[in-house]
Design a protein around this ligand. Structure first.
Ligand SMILES: N[C@@H](CCC(=O)N[C@@H](CS)C(=O)NCC(=O)O)C(=O)O
Length: 219
């Protein structure tokens, strides 16, 4: 049976899970969840994630929702001990990754409030952009983390970087480019976007959703 990954191109957290599957070199079956037909609320999908949200994972009958929990599970199960672990086994190194994953949960809400993708893509609204100051405050904190480490939680990339870059791609939809005060963040984003697999797992999906978003606000 193997691993089935439930995803949809519009979903940022799915992109972080996809990057994890790819970087761990795992084989999986991709199940594109049909939002238009409300497949994420179907009994079959609710058996995978009772919250009715993607991503979801089925690993030989073990089912799981929540992108960060899925990434942690995949690393716990499949990642061998090595120097550049996506999810370090050392308790303190792991705690720094967890810390950044929790910070990212709050940041996602700020990005959604600013870009309002749900209203634009699914409700045919043109609500305009939201308040930017909290986003800039958050970037200051990321810049500070990047003056301590090369990546957000270590000197190599981890699942925290995958989660944060996937969330930042929400800003691509409105062509956000106000990174002038954050040179380290800019360099980190370039490094993330240059990762093998980034285009397949993230880039192509972001481009197609950006085209949809831009088409709606410019119509
Ligand atoms: N915290 C969750 C968020 C999942 C989430 O909100 N997924 C959205 C797509 S990006 C979804 O499935 N929305 C459908 C709904 O809420 O009905 C995660 O990281 O997995």
């Amino acid at each position: 049976m193997g691993i089935t990954f439930y995803s949809n191109v519009v979903s940022p957290p799915c992109r972080a899970v996809w990057l994890t599957l790819k970087t761990l070199g795992l084989e999986f079956k991709l199940h594109e969840v049909n939002f238009a037909e409300m497949e994420h609320k179907s009994p079959e999908f609710l058996a995978v994630n009772p919250r009715g949200k993607i991503p979801g994972l089925n690993d030989n009958g073990f089912v799981l929702g929540e992108s960060r929990a899925i990434m942690q599970y995949l690393c716990n199960k499949f990642e061998k001990k090595n120097e550049n672990e996506l999810y370090p086994k050392d308790p303190q190194a792991r705690a720094l990754v967890d810390q950044m994953l929790y910070i990212d949960v709050d940041a996602v809400e700020e990005f959604y409030s600013y870009v309002k993708p749900f209203q634009v893509l699914f409700l045919e609204q043109k609500p305009g952009l939201g308040e930017e100051s909290k986003i800039q405050d958050y970037f200051k904190k990321l810049e500070c983390s990047l003056s301590k480490n090369k990546f957000l939680a270590a000197d190599h990339f981890t699942i925290a970087d995958f989660s944060v870059i996937a969330s930042i791609t929400i800003l691509d939809l409105c062509k956000y480019d106000n990174f002038g005060e954050f040179p380290k963040l800019k360099k980190w984003m370039e490094a993330m976007r240059a990762l093998p697999g980034f285009e397949e797992c993230v880039g192509t999906h972001v481009k197609s959703v950006t085209a949809m978003y831009q088409g709606k606000i410019n119509a």
